[in-house]
Design a protein around this ligand. Structure first.
Ligand SMILES: [Zn+2]
Length: 445
């Protein structure tokens, strides 16, 4: 009997299940993250640990049998913290002199051994500091704008509040402030200060900046409400040194049908110099390597070229992501899609994306494959920072979206350690990323 040939779209349900099963039973991802966090540790750009992480991930991808593994040179900023920061209230009528839990912001200049001792003035935003104008001259500006707790997407709350950390120093300096103290970027009330990068505006005086814990920010605010002329002594020893040579680490598996079409997946290998850079972004790196390893281990030959990238210097410069896109353009490479994981290693919920509407619709059409794994969010618009420079080349961009509620408990702190990552959530993340890359590879985008 002749059966008419009908061309049905291929169903990927079974393969996606195999990928999840593989990750949940045989994945080395958690042990790889342990090595990165415990044997190498925090990996600030320019540090010996960042160099060790480059070598570790290069070796890992070679051991897993990637077709090509190479380093892409990139000059990165080299900022060092120096000895522990001091931020001290010196003249409280109620508490006398006492220390605040503080940490210098990345890229900040230091006060040096002489420190800065000045009256504190509290504001909630950059607009407020601009309204005060010269009233901030000679003072330490205390930015106490909170992350909006009503924003259930904590990344949106972060995005609104973080302008104080990024630009607050220059905005205060332009009216003569001596230094700034920033409320840490978290919804939680605790004693942990959060670092993160600041950006000095050109031609503006560079003044020192620290973050204090949310408990201390609340306390300081209460004291300021009761006492005029409250003073802080701040002492930091951080400094920006000369740029230094580092690398993006790139591992490739060549496509069998369309080798010139590149699909990139990655995270950033650098981290802050406190904690172990586990959620930010060791997990994203280790999950990305898993995508390639899983293809090889399960014998899936990609149609298109799969490229796993460990980006360097996302935290205080984005030099790695910028250089990767520049080289791609210079070589005339054809990237069809790029996926990043840089929102922590919590249980995956879905993917945000940026591209043409029909591309986003196509991805949303794959939601059915993820439903059994409680992965459901495919509507949000967004991408990762490291891959964002590829946007101008018309590349379809995606970021994995884990549950965002706990991320800012750890972000840029000494609490971002291996122990803060859950093995099963990390494995589910690796399976979710691998499945998405598998679908893009099979179906195109
Ligand atoms: Zn990050």
């Amino acid at each position: 009997m002749l059966i008419p040939a009908l061309s049905y779209a291929q169903d990927h349900t079974e393969m996606v299940k195999k990928i999840y099963d593989h990750q949940l039973t045989q994945s080395p991802v958690y042990e790889n993250l342990r090595y990165l966090c415990k044997e190498i540790g925090p990996r600030l750009s320019g540090s010996p640990q960042a160099a060790a992480a480059v070598e570790y991930t290069r070796q890992l991808m070679m051991d897993y049998g990637f077709d090509t593994v190479y380093l892409q040179p990139v000059m990165v900023p080299h900022w060092v913290r120096g000895q522990k920061e001091i931020t001290r209230v010196t003249n409280s009528d109620i508490k006398g002199a006492f220390e605040l839990n503080s940490i210098a912001l990345g890229n900040s200049v230091g006060t040096g051994a002489e420190g800065v001792h000045a009256e504190v003035i509290e504001v909630k935003s950059i607009e407020e500091v601009n309204k005060l104008g010269k009233a901030v001259a000679g003072k330490i500006v205390f930015y106490n704008g909170e992350m909006d707790p009503t924003k259930v997407n904590t990344f949106a709350a972060y995005g609104s509040a973080v302008v104080q950390r990024a630009y607050g120093a220059s905005e205060a300096a332009k009216n003569g402030a001596k230094a700034v103290v920033i409320r840490s970027m978290t919804n939680r009330r605790d004693d942990i200060p959060h670092t993160g990068s600041l950006v000095y505006k050109p031609l503006m005086p560079k003044i020192p900046a620290v973050a204090i814990s949310t408990n201390d920010a609340d306390e300081l605010s209460k004291l300021l409400a009761k006492q005029k002329g409250l003073k802080i002594y701040m002492e930091t020893h951080c400094e920006m040194k000369e740029d230094i040579l580092s690398y993006n680490v790139i591992g490739e598996i060549k496509g069998s049908q369309y080798p010139e079409e590149i699909i990139t997946v990655g995270g950033h290998l650098d981290s802050w110099d406190v904690g172990e850079g586990a959620h930010d972004d060791g997990g994203g790196c280790m999950m990305s390597i898993e995508v390639g390893r899983t293809f090889i281990e399960m014998g899936i030959q990609p149609k298109r070229t799969l490229r796993v990238v460990m980006f360097m210097n996302e935290e205080n410069g984005l030099r790695g992501g910028t250089e990767y896109a520049r080289v791609a353009e210079e070589k005339g490479e054809k990237h069809i899609a790029a996926l990043e994981s840089d929102s922590g290693s919590f249980g995956p919920m879905g993917f945000s994306s940026m591209g043409k509407e029909e591309q986003r619709k196509k991805v949303q059409g794959w939601a059915k494959y993820f439903t059994p794994y409680h992965v459901w969010s495919f509507e949000r618009v967004g991408s990762g920072a490291d891959i964002s420079p590829l946007e101008s080349q018309g590349v379809f961009l995606m970021e994995m979206e884990p549950n965002p509620q706990k991320y800012f408990n750890y972000h840029h702190t000494n609490a971002d350690t291996f122990e803060a990552v859950d093995k099963r959530e990390l494995e589910l993340g690796a399976a979710t990323m691998t499945s998405m890359i598998y679908l893009i590879d099979q179906e195109g985008i």
